[in-house]
Design a protein around this ligand. Structure first.
Ligand code: NAD
Ligand code: GLY
Length: 364
């Protein structure tokens, strides 16, 4: 049984299919938007070893010619050099405008493959086949594609919507516990900034979610995709509302960058950033102490709270200033307004950022 969610964006509308075992149907699903063309399958050795053959077989059985390009595993490889290597494979295979790139892997593979699809031949179609929780609930949907620059995360990128997203929750069976929990950071984020009922549902279902019970996990993915879809449909290119999806990210990206992407998983950095944003919201009277505690309690229950690194706040602040949301040298921080709501804090002072980091540290 598969669920279908449509991201309605005019001529860029596409389906998200969610269902156990869908990986084996990759070929027939890709066939719904393209037939008998060449598919450049981008993955990394970890994921390819687990799911590469199955995906390739399914594509070939549906008449596609498949060429594979593997990038090394890790956020540090989400860069221009690796993107260029994928482009080299595309050029060598004579990939044409009518061909398709398929991203099989987590958010790193998806962002990089999507980026290549956005620039190769001035843009070719691509399909997302996300295999981590984070990529299934967030990064595979909405068309943000990018690679990192030494000066900052995701600084080189585009908005380029996929033609289709294929989510097979069964792929999560092989995902390490830490990666699974990191993905929960983005899930909780949706509840905090957009959907109070979803937050309550997460509180109620936390044991089933921790135990990775298939029904609860599939429902969680489904509800997360519905929220992301709703936000992207209202603001595809992040002119306003979509920025709320960056809750916790300005703090989190700075921490990831300052620790060379080696210490924290993205979702862990986001969770610590969300806690800092909650303390900021408290200062503005937007969140009560009780609500802040509820958020922290949920993060604790999913074992996602890792402490801020012992870096001086000034380093974190200076790195935050390189964020893409900085305008005229002024930061914009998204904070919760109650559970299920959001607010933008424009130009917070250096001292406020310091206080938010230190309050988060004290509450660890
Ligand atoms: P990731 O892609 O690095 O995957 C995490 C690890 O899990 C990797 O080692 C990977 O090889 C492994 N893995 C993947 N699927 C597996 C499976 N089924 N079984 C076993 N191992 C598996 O990390 P991620 O958390 O998926 O993605 C993080 C990236 O996503 C960051 O670069 C972040 O910037 C990006 N992101 C993008 C968006 C967006 O809208 N484009 C949103 C959120 C995050
Ligand atoms: N994950 C942030 C966004 O898609 O806008």
């Amino acid at each position: 049984m598969k669920k279908e969610i449509r991201v309605e964006l005019g001529d860029r509308t596409y389906p998200i299919y969610i269902g156990s075992g869908l990986l084996e149907q990759t070929g027939s699903l890709v066939n719904t938007c393209r037939s008998r063309c060449q598919v450049l399958l981008v993955s990394n050795p970890t994921v390819y070893e687990l799911y590469g053959e199955k995906t390739k077989k399914s594509l070939r059985e549906s008449g596609f010619k498949v060429v594979v390009s593997l990038m090394p595993d890790g956020e540090q490889y989400k860069n221009m050099d690796e993107a260029m290597k994928v482009i080299d494979v595309a050029v060598a295979a004579r990939l044409e405008r009518g061909d398709v790139i398929a991203a099989l892997g987590g958010g790193v593979v998806g962002d990089l493959a999507g980026f290549v699809a956005s620039v190769y031949h001035r843009g070719v179609d691509y399909v997302q086949i996300p295999t981590t929780l984070l990529s299934q609930v967030d990064s595979s949907i909405g068309g943000k594609v990018a690679v990192n620059h030494p000066g900052g995360k995701n600084l080189i990128g585009a908005f380029h919507q996929p033609r289709l997203v294929i989510i097979d929750p069964r792929t999560l069976d092989t995902l390490e516990e830490r990666e699974y929990r990191a993905g929960l950071g983005e899930v909780v984020k949706y509840g905090i900034i957009y959907d109070r009922q979803f937050f309550q549902w997460l509180e109620q279902q936390v044991s089933a979610i921790n135990a990775r019970e298939v029904e609860a996990v599939t429902e969680m993915i489904n509800r997360s995709c519905l929220i992301k879809k709703a936000i992207v449909e209202q603001d595809e290119k992040e002119q306003g509302l979509r920025a709320i999806l960056n809750l916790g990210h300005t703090f989190g990206h700075a921490v990831e960058q300052l620790t060379d992407y080696k210490v924290y998983r993205h979702g862990e950095a986001v969770a610590m950033g969300i806690v800092a944003a909650c303390h900021m919201a408290r200062e503005y009277g937007l969140l009560s102490g009780e609500e802040t505690d509820r958020i922290k309690k949920l993060f604790k229950k999913i074992q996602l709270l890792r402490g801020f690194p012992s870096l001086h706040e000034e380093y974190i602040f200076q790195t935050m200033l390189k964020d893409k949301k900085v305008q005229a040298q002024e930061l914009q921080i998204i904070v919760p307004a109650g559970i299920g709501g959001h607010e933008f804090i424009t130009a917070p002072s250096r001292e406020q950022i310091f206080r938010a980091i230190n309050s988060a540290r004290m509450s660890e």
